[in-house]
Design a protein around this ligand. Structure first.
Ligand code: GLC
Length: 442
């Protein structure tokens, strides 16, 4: 473990596990500390060349197409896209079914940061240790590589990283007499209610509370922002009072009217739509929204009135925490074209490609050098406006059973948000259920 320039600690995958994921992965975003990563064992071997297929979520298709065309032209083999569900959990279910059946249809998988342990522990994705060498790994933010290490082997290559950000409308805040973003959830609630009244807005604060992976992320974020957690030192702590406080804050946003009841159905699209449609003062979302700001088809709001801040805390003076995300490239262990698959992964994750994703879509790069690139720093408002917003990024708990944990959390967080279960009961049930999963080795 080492300290980076910000003085915040970076960490290895094992420490993520020990700490239940509460370490600061996002601190690596702008730091140059070197740790995490892996040497790991030899790759499963086996080469093979030919046309390859990449699976991705629908939101990335438009930007990905020209990149695959460029790859195909340069490589000689053609790379095609297989579009998967937008919902991270539904995508995982789909890919898991295929991999479990031993399918070799898909060669490269663009997959979520929470997947490596699940896919690798089943032997479905290739050990890339022999191909993704230590010196290659050094070009990446350490935490993004560490997130792809399973059992000492590196099983994925970082694509882009994600951080939870509070977005707000400066024009609406000013109109209601506010000059700064809220620091606590209580302030946010009060401000959202006043702004909603003053500007006759449909919604105060919108966020992704639906029953899916994004809802799990938000529930964990409320819990961690209240000082609670899911796992601590390998033990489930979600039943503790701090965690209950976090879920109570989420429910309070809805009962107070600061957030619409519909947040219990909102995923990224609905959330972004409400905010960019001018129907909300605040939004919790990922940096990709920056890529939509200048697009007149997406929004008529003046981009100059949109600002970002850190996720509020439960208590005044507390440290802001967000639960981040990100996407990686994995190789199907059953691919018959592993050499071409690897060439595609290398191509899609090189500096030029990551720069294009950053400039075209505001996807945060995972390669260190790009944070020194003036063009990126200039164009990426998230880097310019509020670096701190992405500093306190934490990861979901690391476990081969994370999918089961996440499913249960999504269900119970959503029930608590809807008021069909109390936050205390939701937390108590999760304490029991997650403990049972951990006991069976998760
Ligand atoms: C974003 C994040 C990803 C997360 C998903 C939840 O795509 O990058 O990690 O799983 O949102 O909706």
């Amino acid at each position: 473990m080492s300290e980076n320039e910000t003085g915040r600690q970076l960490t290895s995958r094992r420490d993520f596990l020990k700490l239940g994921g509460t370490v600061i992965a996002g601190a690596a975003l702008f730091g140059l500390g070197a740790c995490g990563g892996s040497s790991g064992g030899a790759s499963g071997g086996g080469g093979g060349t030919g046309d390859v297929t990449l699976s991705i979520s629908p939101d990335l298709v438009d930007m990905m197409k020209p990149k695959l065309a460029a790859f195909s032209k340069a490589n000689g083999n053609t790379a095609k896209i297989r579009v998967m569900p937008a919902d991270t959990g539904a995508y995982l279910d789909r890919i898991r079914t295929q991999l479990e059946a031993g399918s070799s249809d898909i060669d490269v998988i663009a997959g979520d940061v929470s997947w490596p342990s699940q896919l690798a522990s089943n032997g479905w994705i290739e050990d890339l240790s022999a191909r993704f060498t230590k010196s290659q790994q050094d070009a990446y933010l350490p935490a993004t590589v560490a997130a792809n290490v399973w059992d000492g082997k590196v099983v994925g290559v970082p694509f882009f990283t994600d951080a939870g950000i509070l977005w707000y409308r400066t024009d609406l805040l000013e109109r209601s007499g506010y000059s700064a973003a809220p620091a606590t959830w209580a302030e946010l609630q009060e401000m959202a209610l006043k702004i909603k009244r003053d500007a006759k807005l449909e919604n105060g604060f919108v966020w992704t509370g639906a029953q899916y992976e994004g809802g799990t992320v938000l529930g964990m974020e409320f819990i961690r922002s209240a000082g609670g957690d899911i796992l601590k030192d390998g033990k489930v702590v979600i039943g503790e009072q701090d965690a209950i406080d976090g879920l109570t804050i989420a429910r309070g946003l809805v009962t107070s009217g600061a957030s619409p009841a519909a947040v219990a159905n909102f995923k990224e699209d609905e959330t972004t739509g409400a905010f960019l449609g001018g129907n909300a003062a605040f939004m919790r979302n990922w940096p990709y929204v920056f890529g939509l700001l200048g697009d007149r088809e997406q929004t008529t709001i003046d981009p100059a009135t949109i600002a970002v801040a850190q996720i509020p805390t439960a208590r005044a003076g507390g440290t802001s925490v967000n639960v981040g995300g990100g996407w990686n490239f994995f190789m199907n262990a059953n691919s018959a074209k592993k050499d071409t698959a690897w060439e595609l992964i290398r191509f899609l994750s090189n500096d030029a490609q990551q720069k294009a994703w950053a400039l075209e879509g505001a996807y945060l790069p995972t390669r260190k050098a790009l944070y020194e690139d003036p063009e990126i720093v200039d164009a990426m408002q998230v880097v310019k406006k509020d670096k701190e917003a992405v500093f306190q990024t934490t990861t979901p708990p690391v476990s081969p059973f994370y999918a089961d944990m996440s499913r249960l959390m999504a269900e119970r967080f959503n029930a608590s948000l809807r008021g069909t279960t109390s936050p205390g009961d939701a937390a108590a049930k999760l304490q029991d259920d997650l403990s049972a999963i951990v006991a069976k080795g998760g």
